[in-house]
Design a protein around this ligand. Structure first.
Ligand SMILES: [Zn+2]
Length: 443
């Protein structure tokens, strides 16, 4: 066999292996998305979210502020600062597409920040004012929804001690009581005060729910102040004068094939238990609602059959995964903090855990422990990494589904239409074979 012949054979073998590899990946991914959807429906909250918050460096906190002011209502934005010797890259990603409006806003924000930084330590009402206004307008819808939630809480709990104490503080500290952004500023002040003198009271769940609402309203004013302070910091002058924004493109697959609901459930339980399980699910409105939503075809708005063979779903890369994929592909091994405008979901957290095991020092702000359907696996360039991460997440999902199904089917009540009547004849017959006893009750 000639040398070129041998080379050809080797090449063919490699291609064959590659095909097998891709097959496993496609099949595994279909498995993954189908199970994510089932797990999301039957076990949305995996466990209590951890209260642990990592200690952040100044510029990492800056990323958090940026994430807050870049996310419009119902949107998730992730921010990662990559500080290099000659410049700073601000990587931004979002679950869905960047609109023209977003792009213009980001440009404007960056321009204002450069101006503020250049002018520091002097103040300029024009620069700071323009920045504050831009943020307030862009974020107004989201701020309003948070503001309304806080208002509802206050209405319902007006009499309680913690609400009254906040009311006193609010009255004394807010000049314009009908301005959302002024309220945000007061909330930010109040949250800082109460959090700093955390004397054990904060641990009560009512108070922490209330404080969480205050924190959310206050996050806008807090972010504006934090960003301006950072831009005015002499230490960061070069960072702002030499920064470039890199907007990552979203990754969305609109018609990802998935296995049917029944197909997945049946891998865990026998046919005879399936009906009972479905019966149990139908009594849980939350489960049914999540199942319905997750299984509704995006294009036709029709719910797809639970046992259908041609089920499709939209999956998309979560904003933080988009940035993480870049970090992995570029083998960036230092401490890298990714700020997200929303708490990190359970599957993103699992993926980060996997990346950490592979030597990536990834820090993320807060987590959620919730499973969202439509979560997409990052496609990193390294095939082994991709397959291993897929397996890692599948293992965890299998465990979650198995436990939940065990819980659902183990305690199944006896089916009402089967009291075992068909055994009556057998009981009668068996009676004749044993000794008679006195009746439990006298006639
Ligand atoms: Zn996520």
């Amino acid at each position: 066999m000639g040398l070129s012949e041998e080379f050809k054979k080797k090449r063919e073998r490699e291609l064959e292996e590659l095909k097998e590899h891709k097959k496993e990946l496609n099949k595994g991914e279909k498995d993954l998305y189908s199970k994510v959807w089932v797990a999301h429906s039957i076990n949305f909250v995996v466990e209590e979210a951890s209260k642990e918050v990592p200690t952040l460096k100044d510029y990492e906190r800056f990323s958090c502020y940026l994430a807050t002011i870049l996310a419009r209502k119902k949107q998730v934005v992730a921010v990662w600062l990559r500080i290099l010797s000659d410049r700073c890259e601000i990587h931004l990603s979002k679950n869905f597409t960047w609109k023209n409006k977003d792009v213009k806003y980001i440009d404007k924000i960056m321009m204002h920040l450069k101006d503020i930084s250049k002018n520091a330590p002097a103040h300029s009402d024009i620069n700071e004012g323009a920045f504050t206004e831009a943020v307030t307008v862009y974020c107004s819808a989201k701020l309003e929804s948070r503001y309304e939630k806080l208002r509802d809480y206050i209405k319902k709990n007006g009499g309680s001690e913690h609400v009254r104490s906040f009311k006193d503080f609010f009255s004394a500290n807010t000049a314009d009581k009908t301005s959302m952004i002024m309220a945000s500023r007061t909330c930010n002040k109040y949250y800082k005060e109460v959090k700093d003198k955390d004397d054990g009271k904060v641990k009560s769940s009512i108070l922490s729910e209330f404080l969480e609402l205050i924190k959310k309203v206050g996050s806008y004013a807090g972010s504006i102040i934090g960003i301006v302070e950072c831009a005015r910091n002499i230490q960061y002058k070069s960072l702002f004068s030499n920064s470039i924004v890199i907007k990552r493109s979203p990754v969305i697959v609109y018609d990802q094939p998935i296995y049917s609901w029944k197909n997945i459930i049946r891998r865990f339980i026998e046919e005879d238990k399936y009906e009972g399980f479905m019966d149990r699910c139908s009594k849980k409105t939350n489960v049914m609602e999540r199942m319905r939503k997750a299984y509704t075809d995006n294009a036709t708005k029709q719910q797809q059959p639970l046992n259908g063979s041609d089920v499709k779903q939209c999956v998309y890369l979560h904003a933080e995964m988009n940035i993480l994929a870049y970090i992995i592909d570029n083998k960036i091994n230092g401490r890298e903090f990714i700020a997200v405008s929303k708490k990190c979901c359970y599957l993103c957290e699992l993926y980060i855990e996997f990346a950490r095991e592979q030597g990536f020092d990834i820090i993320i702000s807060e987590n959620y422990k919730k499973i969202y359907s439509g979560w997409k696996l990052p496609h990193v360039k390294n095939d082994n990494f991709k397959i291993d991460s897929l397996r890692y997440i599948l293992e965890s999902l299998n465990r979650i589904i198995e436990q939940k199904l065990e819980h659902y089917t183990r305690s199944l009540p006896a089916s009402p239409d089967s009291g075992g009547e068909y055994l009556d004849v057998s009981f009668e017959k068996a009676s004749k074979k044993v000794r008679r006893v006195n009746s439990l009750f006298d006639e």
